[in-house]
Ligand binder design. Structure first.
Ligand code: SAM
Ligand code: SF4
Length: 345
């Protein structure tokens, strides 16, 4: 059976998910836990309160929910968090999703991780069908790493990255650009990533979550970073896109790819193909908006997928044309009160 034939048979009556602005939704991010073994200062407060475990969808329910999205045309799924690899038994979810890839229901399952547990899980991830992962790393300096994560050990993460590469996983490094913190390290991070065959993406800090301090302290526009990088490197435009807010450049000297993720300064909403689900089964149609839909109720209401599919379709009619982040609002008040660790990065 060809991929097109498979897609046709996978589509339920009513067709695939298209929102009110004609955008086909084919990409799903799932936060599998809000917990984490780090407390990155821009992401969580030190004394973060986590959700009661009873509120979480079980791994079986998460798989069912992803299966419902697959029936509606989702082809790519990224598991994120919190830290996905600290959820107990999470490898069983990767295994069942791997079976969905083998069955032609999904094209790809990827992971965003802080890397702390990668040395343990890299081989199993590859074995379950994962081929690409993103590892977050904001600095190469051990003392800075401990400061930004509040207690993390960079050696654990570096060992995790090595293990992932040895296992055959393609790794992209994600670095949040933070004013007065890692501004002097972007050249080294390019050398580090590209020297190991990894892409690097720089991310603008976003105003998400309450009680995390003054955002104006952290915000560093990537337009400024790009200007500085261009003194050292030749940055060539490419048309490589992943349907998200990243614009990719090729660094001529290293031959590697550099992504600039600029939700604050660059409008990417018109090509947005994604939605997000939290570990409690709440569907967010836009990272920058509070509007959401409960999928846990319909999921638990019956063993069939009819209710949950109807709820997803209804929610999609509410996917907004664009989001609310504007620089003027990048003040002490967050644009969206939930933390990135709840919605998933
Ligand atoms: N724990 C995993 C990790 O760190 O990769 C996955 C979840 S984390 C929330 C996903 C990504 O979101 C990370 O790359 C992190 O740096 C980024 N992130 C968290 N809070 C952010 C914020 N306020 N602005 C921009 N990026 C943020
Ligand atoms: Fe944890 Fe990732 Fe948030 Fe850091 S960015 S606190 S690693 S969820």
């Amino acid at each position: 059976m060809t991929i097109l034939e498979r897609r046709a048979t996978a589509s339920p009556p009513g067709g695939p998910l298209i929102d009110s602005f004609g955008r086909a939704i084919s990409y799903l991010r799932v936060s599998v836990t809000d917990r984490c073994d780090f407390r990155c200062v821009y992401c969580m407060s030190e004394d973060m309160t986590f959700l009661p475990k009873k509120d979480l969808l079980s791994l079986e329910e998460l798989d069912r929910l992803i299966g419902a999205f697959a029936k509606l045309g989702t082809r790519r799924v990224r598991l994120t968090g919190g830290e996905p690899l600290v959820r107990r038994n999470v490898m069983s979810l990767f295994e069942t999703l791997g079976s969905r890839i083998a069955a032609g229901e999904l094209d790809e399952v990827t992971l965003t991780t802080n890397g702390s547990q990668l040395a343990r899980f890299a081989d199993q991830l590859y074995g379950s069908g994962v081929r690409r992962i993103n590892v977050s790393l904001d600095t190469l300096k051990p003392d800075r790493f401990t400061r930004i994560t509040r207690w993390g050990d960079i050696n654990q993460v570096l060992a995790g990255i090595d293990a992932a590469l040895v296992a055959g996983l393609k790794v992209k490094i994600n670095t949040v650009a933070l004013k007065d913190f890692n501004e002097d390290e972007f050249d080294d991070l390019i050398r580090f990533a590209h020297g190991r065959g990894m892409d690097l993406s720089l991310i603008e800090a976003m105003p998400l979550g309450e009680n995390i301090g003054d955002r104006t302290d952290q915000y560093l526009p990537l337009s400024q970073v790009r200007e500085r990088l261009e003194r050292e490197w030749t940055l060539e435009e490419t048309d490589y896109r992943t349907g998200g807010p990243a614009r990719y450049l090729r660094v001529a000297e290293s031959g590697g790819r550099l992504g600039l993720i600029t939700p604050m300064t660059h409008n990417f909403c018109s090509t947005c193909n994604r939605v997000r689900v939290t570990c409690t089964g709440t569907l967010y149609m836009c990272l920058g908006k509070d509007d959401c839909a409960d999928l846990r109720g319909p999921l638990r209401a019956s063993d069939g997928d009819g209710d949950v599919i109807a709820a997803i379709r209804e929610a999609m009619t509410r996917k907004p044309k664009g989001h609310d982040f504007v620089i003027e609002r990048f003040t002490t008040a967050p644009a969206v009160s939930r933390h990135m660790s709840v919605t998933g990065g």
